[in-house]
Write a protein that binds this ligand. Structure first.
Ligand code: ADP
Ligand code: ASP
Ligand code: MG
Length: 815
């Protein structure tokens, strides 16, 4: 014998009823089937009762319920020729008439007494069962079981417990002989006084478990609209994974801490009687579903994460608590007398306070009962006024084998901290089968996503927003696209979720299709704003957002502080932020540290060359920068290489410009400002308190020429300077030296200028276009530490940015 329970989700329409009939017919008999109300009907009945209590008009609500039930019943005619539609419509009309009479009666007295409310609430289940019996009778004899005759509850609370011994005895007495096929409405039974009583929302699962015990079934199957139990609520986490097998205890904890798929009381009777439970999908019956039995599948230590919303936390504290025997007992006695279930308890070790959670809807009643129970202590100041925090939620890790494994709690809390979710209280059950954290309700979705990511997928995620679609931005998009397979292999989930240019901003929470980003961006009408990105991050539950600035825009550089404050990491190729006022530079560093976000700018100096990271590593290890000399501009390096090949300064500049190595206006290279910015970044990194204006900057060409803002004018005037410049070249070559445009840090000062270097100088050998950095530190002397290679170009710069983006992942290890 087995019991099959079909939830409201399996009974939403006549077609679904028909599918369930087919499913039942395909099973081996004997069997008992338990039915919920059609989807949504119980909610509608709850609203009806609320309307009564608020003394409002009921017509619309009653019509809504009637129409839904009559439609399902009438639609069955089209599905089964033998179906007795008139009988069915008559039965439905009978239930609806009764409902109307109760509703109108209650309306007259202005409220709905609990007993009548229970009668009304059970209408949906009664409807489903009568309709299913009529459908099934077209093929089989069917017995309709009445739960009011044998499901006996121990009390008349909102979530009553069923007395299994009494229920089994009553069942045996009432139903000594069953047909092979029996059906029963779920959700209700009889109170100790013999009145109809509901078993709490979602209670049909519990009804099925009780019936399974009464008929000594081998199995109890819960048929619903998902393939089984997932390791996290599949509505909230798209990557939720199905659990094939779990133990009774695990299932109990999971449902207790909020997994809607099972009513919390369902498992206890089944576990007591060793009846296995299966969760199955009505829409996908071939799928094996989830098996719940005494065994658990061994492979995973943490089996699932559950969440319970709408929780309030009460705090009883005060000097009177300390050392006073029986305080905890009195607190919980008060709750038990008020019939309020306590979800979770945490007591501080000083015994100064007890905090515990109750359903949010019960918090006011809980406060009143506590105030009543501790009247004297409150009056005498032995207790502080009862505090209550509303709008909380509980996130719980569940797994039988968690006690065997060290470090689970720490991974759990570090995941929460990674999602920047504040933990309000913690509790662990004594069997270490569950660990719970109380958090703010509005952060629960983020908490679930990140805990699932870090405990199950173990696949860290980066949600990147790229600003600036020039050559570097485009190249980076291409690299991210090209590297997707490699990222998969490394188990890294790097998605570009935003791309913005100066006018438009494309956002896509599950990642932009990078083969088609340009067309999509073109179609966008709205531009980039911090507020828009913040909202987007909140809505899409992104936990590791990274801004990648591929522009050289001053305004964007000045917005980093707010991005960091809003919990974005910032990765930038733009030097404007780090070379703005020193105070801003310090603010950025401080904000990144405060918010535990990364601010990374490796590409500010030497593009993809590993300069900043190396320098930071040395400084972290106690090293000190003594002296620095470097060629920091790829375009000037090219021009200076060419002049020693015999070209004049203007010829070399023209060649570099034609090859695309210079800015559109080469004056911006020859004025040395870009080099000055780079050396400032290095100097500040080394701890020097310098502003851009402190740098002794000597442009390649006279200042008047360097200041020209019109490219054509600059190129036209440059040849006039060739002769003078040629003298510098000749002088250097006469002494077997070469000219280099270098940045120097020495004695606490920075300079940027032309320098003539001899053959033994580290910068002598550097070839046209290369960058080179000679760094003398306490650890690297007298020979400097040399970094050399191409320090410009879209590919190497994008690669440097790519590297920085991946470094945002190491946040977790470093903090
Ligand atoms: P029924 O109407 O069949 O009783 P419910 O709506 O009560 O169905 O429960 C099934 C729903 O529970 C699923 O559709 C799913 O959205 C939700 N759910 C929440 N947590 C889980 C979980 N961990 N595994 C599976 N389903 C879950
Ligand atoms: N119909 C009831 C409810 O919606 C019982 C159930 O579906 O389990 O709560
Ligand atoms: Mg349910």
């Amino acid at each position: 014998m087995k019991v099959m329970k079909f939830g409201g989700s399996s009974l939403a329409t006549a077609e679904k009823f028909n599918q369930v009939v087919a499913l039942i017919e395909s099973q081996q008999q004997p069997l008992c089937a338990v039915f919920s109300a059609p989807q949504g009907i119980t909610n509608d009945l709850v609203v009806l009762i609320e309307l009564i209590n608020q003394q409002q008009d009921l017509t619309h609500q009653l019509d809504l319920i009637s129409q839904q039930l009559l439609t399902i019943s009438a639609d069955c005619t089209n599905l089964r020729a033998e179906f007795d539609v008139s009988k069915s419509q008559q039965q439905t009309a009978g239930l609806l008439d009764q409902l109307r009479i109760w509703a109108q009666g209650c309306a007259m007295i202005g409220h709905c007494p609990p007993k009548t409310a229970a009668q009304m609430l059970s209408t949906g289940e009664k409807f489903s069962t009568l309709l299913m019996a009529t459908l099934l009778r077209t093929v089989h004899p069917v017995t309709v079981l009445d739960p009011k005759l044998f499901i006996c509850t121990e009390d008349d609370s909102i979530e009553p417990k069923v007395d299994l011994v009494q229920s089994t005895a009553a069942f045996k007495q009432k139903y000594s002989a069953l047909t092979d096929l029996s059906v029963m409405p779920g959700f209700y039974g009889a109170s100790p006084e013999g009145d109809l009583i509901t078993l709490g929302r979602n209670g049909s699962d519990y009804s099925a478990a009780v019936l399974a015990v009464c008929v000594a079934a081998q199995a109890c199957e819960i048929w619903t609209d998902v393939d089984g139990i997932y390791n996290v609520d599949p509505r909230l986490v798209a990557e939720a994974q199905l659990i094939e097998q779990m133990s009774y205890q695990e299932a109990m904890e999971l449902s207790y801490f909020g997994a809607k798929v099972l009513h919390p009381k369902t498992i206890t009777p089944l576990a007591q009687h060793g009846i296995q439970c299966q969760i199955k999908n009505t829409l996908n019956p071939a799928h094996p579903g989830t098996l719940i039995s005494a065994e658990t599948a061994k492979q995973r230590v943490v089996k699932a994460i559950s969440n319970l919303s709408d929780v309030a936390m009460l705090n009883v504290c005060g000097p009177g608590m300390k050392g006073m025997v029986g305080m905890a007992a009195r607190v919980f006695q008060a709750m038990s007398e008020a019939n309020i279930s306590v979800i979770l308890i945490s007591q501080s070790s000083s015994e100064y306070s007890i905090s515990f959670c109750v359903p949010g809807s019960e918090s006011q009643r809980a406060i009143r009962h506590l105030e009543n129970a501790f009247r004297l202590e409150l009056k005498n100041g032995l207790l502080e006024p009862i505090a209550c925090q509303q709008n909380l939620a509980i996130i719980t890790l569940i797994g039988d084998r968690m006690h065997q494994q060290k470090g689970t709690a720490s991974r759990f809390f570090s995941a929460l901290s990674h999602a920047r979710v504040n933990i309000i209280a913690i509790a662990q059950d004594s069997s270490e089968r569950s660990i719970s954290a109380v958090v703010r309700a509005k952060r629960i979705d983020d908490a679930l996503v990140i805990c699932h990511q870090q405990l199950f997928l173990k696949k860290p995620r980066i949600d990147a927003f790229l600003i600036g679609c020039g050559t570097v931005g485009r190249e980076l998009i291409q690299q991210i696209n090209k590297q997707q397979n490699w990222l998969q292999e490394q188990n890294i989930d790097l998605k570009l979720v935003g791309i913005a240019n100066s006018r438009q901003c494309l956002l896509q929470g599950d990642g932009i299709d990078l083969d088609d980003w340009e067309a999509q961006l073109q179609a966008c009408t709205e531009g980039l704003s911090l507020e828009r990105l913040r909202q987007f991050v909140r809505d899409a539950h992104l936990t590791n957002p990274v801004i990648i600035d591929c522009t050289s825009n001053q305004d964007i550089a000045m917005s980093y502080l707010r991005y960091l404050e809003a919990n974005f990491h910032v990765v930038t190729a733009n030097k404007k932020a780090n070379t703005d006022r020193l105070a801003y530079y310090h603010q950025l560093q401080a904000m990144a540290a405060k918010k535990q976000r990364r601010f990374l700018y490796e590409t500010n100096v030497g593009a993809g060359l590993p300069v900043i990271d190396n320098l930071q590593s040395l400084l972290r290890a106690g090293d000190e920068l003594l002296q620095f000399e470097g060629i920091l501009s790829g375009s000037l390096s090219f021009i200076f290489g060419e002049i020693h090949q015999g070209l004049s300064l203007s010829e070399a500049t023209l060649k570099a410009r034609d090859l695309g190595y210079t800015e559109p206006n080469p004056a911006e290279d020859l004025n040395g400002l870009d080099v000055a910015r780079k050396v400032l970044v290095i100097a500040r990194e080394a701890g020097m308190a310098l502003e851009l204006s402190d740098i002794d900057l000597q442009p390649v060409v006279p200042q008047a020429l360097a200041d020209l803002t019109d490219a054509d004018e600059f190129m036209a005037q440059l040849p006039a300077y060739d002769a003078e410049f040629q003298q510098l070249i000749d002088r250097a070559e006469d002494q077997q030296q070469k000219l280099r445009y270098v940045a120097i840090i020495q004695g606490g000062q920075c300079a940027v200028k032309i320098q003539s270097v001899a053959a033994d100088h580290p910068l002598y050998e550097i070839e046209a276009g290369e960058n080179a950095l000679a760094i003398n530190t306490q650890y690297y002397q007298p020979k400097p530490f040399i970094i050399r290679g191409y320090g410009a170009g879209a590919a190497v710069t994008a690669a440097g940015l790519f590297g920085d983006v991946l470094r945002t992942l190491s946040w977790e290890q470093e903090h």
